[in-house]
Design a protein around this ligand. Structure first.
Ligand code: F6R
Length: 362
């Protein structure tokens, strides 16, 4: 059942090249994406005034990333990423000129379903990105796009997250195509999406390095994750993964926010996982990382190929890829880091305490 792996989570991490390939099957053209499902919604694209991305937990982290891409390509269209539990009670403006995009592995999360019902009552267009076939969210949405992650048994989401990321990139590209906006470097983006399964194969080879770095957490109770721009969403997910399976208190911060408070927590030996995959802002992040090192932090740096890392002892480089897509390989690295930390601490990685696979209570 575990296909030769010790745990379901380990198996699911290693299935990612295959399930990403399945999720992208038939979706990629040369300089466009293929999403016939969007035509089912009968959206009058000229009338749309706002777009919400709504989800919980890991799926919310995927939604924040998708909203950022959407904003990058459609800066004039107001867009928001919201936790479903906030959307429900937040009196956000929703009408027939609104598109609400729901993201969920199970398709049964109570808050996400309630948010969908609310959006439907207010006549919004509803699009869902769901993994479980024929789940409540899938049945009730105007349009459903399926991630092809297959059953995810481990409570902590891994392959569902990365398949959400790739499908959300396609969905956002598909939406933008409908508004006929030009997307810079679209050919490169589509080509790199197509290469994603092999990129993830390469990333999986870093497993033993991450196992070694995870030893740093052996006797630790805290870890901090930092990143800027798109890297922030990746570290938010990395911190969530670490805390839920290893019970290490892990927080994620936007790198520039460190000096506004969180840096007070850094002391000699504090583990800081830093992501600097966005070349445009890497110099700023590196300077924030150095501020933590000056206070004694032990840093693990994940960065792009050409970054100067001479000041760092623990570095992992992501293969060359379009900067808008580094979140996908970064997610896999952070999953392996959390996985090994949990194993080192003797935790039941597949069934962490207090958590259920599908949260059907509000
Ligand atoms: C974390 C995790 C949860 C879920 C969240 C939403 O690893 O799995 O945070 O992402 O409970 O669940 P779905 O995606 O089923 O709506």
């Amino acid at each position: 059942q575990k296909g030769g792996y010790d745990t379901f989570m380990e198996k699911e991490i290693h299935e990612q090249p295959y399930v990403i390939k399945e999720t992208l099957r038939g979706r990629l053209g040369v300089s466009d994406v293929v999403l016939p499902e969007l035509d089912l919604a009968k959206i009058d694209w000229k009338m749309i005034e706002r777009v919400y991305f709504i989800a919980c937990g890991t799926a919310y982290n995927a939604s924040m990333y998708a909203q950022d891409l959407f904003r990058t390509w459609m800066p004039k269209m107001p867009s928001f990423a919201l936790a479903a539990s906030e959307f429900r009670y937040g009196d956000y403006y929703v009408d027939e000129n609104t598109i609400c995009i729901f993201v969920s592995q199970s398709g049964e999360t109570a808050d996400t379903l309630a948010a969908l019902n609310l959006a439907k009552e207010q006549r919004a267009h509803t699009i869902s990105v769901v993994n479980v076939l024929d789940s409540s969210l899938a049945r009730k949405s105007e349009v459903t796009l399926y991630t092809c992650a297959g059953p995810e048994i481990a409570v902590a989401s891994t392959k569902a997250y990365t398949t959400q990321l790739v499908l959300l990139v396609c969905l956002v590209l598909g939406l933008v195509q409908h508004w006929k906006e030009t997307i810079p470097q679209i050919q490169e983006i589509v080509k790199d999406l197509d290469r994603m399964p092999e990129i993830i194969e390469t990333i999986l080879k870093e497993d033993s390095t991450l196992q070694e770095y995870a030893q740093l957490l052996k006797d630790k109770h805290d870890a901090y994750f930092i990143g800027r721009r798109l890297d922030y969403y990746s570290v938010a997910e990395g911190a969530l993964k670490l805390k839920e399976i290893s019970y290490v208190h892990a927080d994620a911060y936007m790198a520039g926010e460190l000096k506004h408070g969180p840096i007070a927590l850094i002391e000699p030996g504090t583990v800081v996982v830093a992501l600097a995959t966005q070349e445009e802002v890497a110099a700023k992040t590196i300077s924030n990382i150095e501020e933590t090192m000056a206070r004694g932090a032990t840093v693990i740096l994940i960065t792009f190929q050409n970054q100067d890392t001479s000041k760092f002892d623990r570095v992992i480089r992501i293969p060359s890829i379009h900067p808008l897509l580094t979140a996908i390989p970064a997610a896999v690295l952070l999953q392996m880091f959390a996985y090994h930390a949990a194993c080192i601490k003797g935790c039941d990685v597949d069934k962490p305490r207090n958590l259920a696979k599908s949260v059907t209570v509000e």
